[in-house]
Write a protein that binds this ligand. Structure first.
Ligand code: FAD
Length: 393
C-alpha cells in the first residue's frame, strides 16, 4: 500500500485573504525546503504544487555529498536514516561491454516519492501552509505585491504575495510569464525515467551502486531504491527516442549492447521531461526569485540537481527575510543572483564539462579506463566530478 496523500492545510478559497510574505510555487526539494526555512524565520508562507504528494519525479534519486550536506546543515540529516536511504558506494560505468567501476563517497540513494513528501511535511511542521493539486499562474501585473492565480479542477483563487518563489522545476513558466527570456541549448537532451518493480537477484547484486550506461543516444542510470525497486533515469537525444518508437525501446537496445539483464525497459511506464539544459537570462524578476531547476539546469550525469536545489533553498531564505525587513524588495534579485553564482557556478561548470566529454564516447571511455587503472588519480578526479558547492560543508 502507498503512503497516504499529504492533505492540504487550507482550502483554495482561504488562499485569497491574507497577504502572504512568500508564495512558493513548486514543492520539489527547492520549494519545500525554501518554504520551511522561510516559515522558520517567522514569515507567512504558502507552498503550492499542481501535484498531490507523494508523487514520482523523473530523477536518478542519488543524493550526492552536496545534497546530504545541505540536509544535515538544515538539521534534517536524520530524515535519511528514518526513510532508510541506502549509502551510495560506487558508480559502474558501462561503455558497451566495457565496465569501469569507480568508488563514490558521501552519497545516499532515496526515492523522490519519499524525499519530496518528507520535505513537504517538514515545511508544514515549520508553519508553512500547503495546497496540493493546485496549478499556479502568474498575473503579469506587478505593484507592491505579486498576484498568482491558483487553479484546482473546479475553481480559481487569486493569491497575493510580497514575494513569489519560483520553484516550479524544468517546465518553469513563472519567470517567462514575468518577461524573463530563457535559453535552451540547441543540442539539449530530454530526461526520461521509470520505476521497475523490486529487482531480480541479478540486479539486486548492484545495491548501493549506480550503474550508468553511456550509449550513442545518451546515458541511462539505474539504482536500487530503499524498497528494492529500481529507479531508471536517462538523458537522451529526443530524435533518437522518436526514431526508436519511445524511451523503453531505446533503453532496451542500450541495455542489450551493455549486456544488462534482469530489467525489461519496454514493459515499464516511462515519464518524460522538457529539454534538460536551459537557463533563464537571470534567476529573478520583480518580486520573483527562481530556485532549483527553475533557475537553470544542466545535464544530470553528475547527479547534483537535488543538491543545487537544496543549497539554493537555504541561501534564498535569508535574502527574502532581509529584503522584507528593510522594505527593499528590489535588492533581493541581484543579491540572489550573486549568492547563487558564488555557491553553484564552479559545480555547474564542471557538470557541463562532464556532459560535453560524454558526447565523445571514445574519449569518455578512455578517461574512465585511465581512472580505473590509476587508482591514486581516481580519488581527486571523482571528487571533482562529484563534489560540493561552495559553502555547503
Ligand atoms: C534524468 C534525470 C536524472 C536525474 N538524476 C539526478 C540524481 O541522481 N541526483 C540529483 O541530485 N539530481 C538528479 N536530477 C536532477 C533533479 O531531479 C532536479 O534537479 C531536482 O528535482 C530539482 O528540484 P526542484 O525542486 O527545482 O524541481 P522539481 O523537483 O522538478 O519540482 C518542481 C515542482 O513544481 C511543480 N510545478 C511545476 N509547475 C507548476 C505550476 N505551474 N503550479 C504548481 N506547481 C508546479 C511540479 O509539480 C513539481 O513538483 C536528475 C534529473 C533528470 C531529468
Amino acid at each position: 500500500m502507498g503512503a497516504p496523500v499529504i492533505e492540504s492545510t487550507i482550502r483554495l478559497d482561504q488562499a485569497r485573504d491574507p497577504l502572504w510574505d512568500a508564495l512558493v510555487v513548486g514543492a520539489g526539494p527547492a520549494g519545500a525546503l525554501a518554504s520551511r526555512e522561510l516559515a522558520r524565520s517567522g514569515l507567512r508562507v504558502l507552498l503550492v504544487d499542481r501535484a498531490h504528494f507523494p508523487r514520482e519525479k523523473v530523477c536518478g534519486a542519488c543524493l550526492g555529498p552536496a545534497a546530504v550536506d545541505a540536509l544535515c546543515g538544515a538539521g534534517l540529516g536524520a530524515l535519511l536514516d528514518e526513510l532508510g536511504a541506502p549509502t551510495l558506494g560506487a558508480i559502474s560505468l558501462r561503455f558497451g561491454e566495457r565496465r569501469v567501476r569507480l568508488p563514490l563517497r558521501g552519497g545516499r540513494v532515496l526515492s523522490r516519492r519519499a524525499l519530496d513528501a518528507a520535505l513537504v511535511r517538514e515545511a508544514i511542521a515549520a508553519g508553512a501552509e500547503f495546497l496540493g493539486g493546485v496549478r499556479a499562474e502568474l498575473d503579469r501585473s506587478a505593484d507592491e505585491n505579486r498576484t498568482v492565480a491558483l487553479h484546482d479542477r473546479e475553481s480559481v483563487a487569486c493569491a497575493r504575495a510580497r514575494f513569489v518563489i519560483a520553484a516550479d522545476g524544468l517546465s518553469s513558466d513563472l519567470l517567462r510569464s514575468a518577461g524573463v527570456p530563457e535559453r535552451a541549448a540547441r543540442s539539449s537532451r530530454i530526461g526520461v525515467g521509470a520505476i521497475a518493480p523490486p529487482a531480480e537477484p541479478a540486479v539486486q547484486g548492484v545495491v548501493r551502486t549506480v550503474t550508468m550506461v553511456v550509449d550513442r543516444a545518451g546515458y541511462i542510470g539505474f539504482t536500487p531504491l530503499e524498497d528494492g525497486s529500481l529507479d531508471l533515469a536517462a538523458a537522451l537525444d529526443p530524435e533518437a527516442v522518436r526514431a526508436a518508437g519511445g524511451p523503453g525501446a531505446l533503453v532496451a537496445r542500450a541495455f542489450d549492447r551493455a549486456r544488462i539483464r534482469g530489467v525489461s525497459p519496454e514493459a515499464l511506464e516511462w515519464r518524460g521531461t522538457p529539454v534538460l539544459t536551459r537557463r533563464p537570462r537571470r534567476p529573478y524578476a520583480e518580486r520573483i526569485l527562481a530556485i532549483g531547476d527553475a533557475a537553470g539546469y544542466v545535464e544530470p550525469f553528475t547527479g547534483e540537481g537535488i543538491g543545487w536545489a537544496l543549497v539554493g533553498a537555504r541561501s534564498v531564505a535569508p535574502i527574502v527575510v532581509r529584503a522584507l525587513e528593510r522594505g527593499d524588495p528590489e535588492s533581493a534579485g541581484p543579491a540572489w543572483m550573486r549568492a547563487r553564482r558564488r555557491a553553484l557556478f564552479s559545480r555547474q561548470l564542471t557538470c557541463r564539462a562532464v556532459a560535453l566529454l560524454l558526447r565523445h564516447r571514445r574519449l569518455a571511455r578512455a578517461v574512465a579506463v585511465l581512472l580505473e587503472r590509476a587508482p591514486w588519480f581516481t580519488e581527486p578526479v571523482v571528487r571533482l566530478g562529484y563534489g560540493r558547492p561552495e559553502g555547503t560543508r
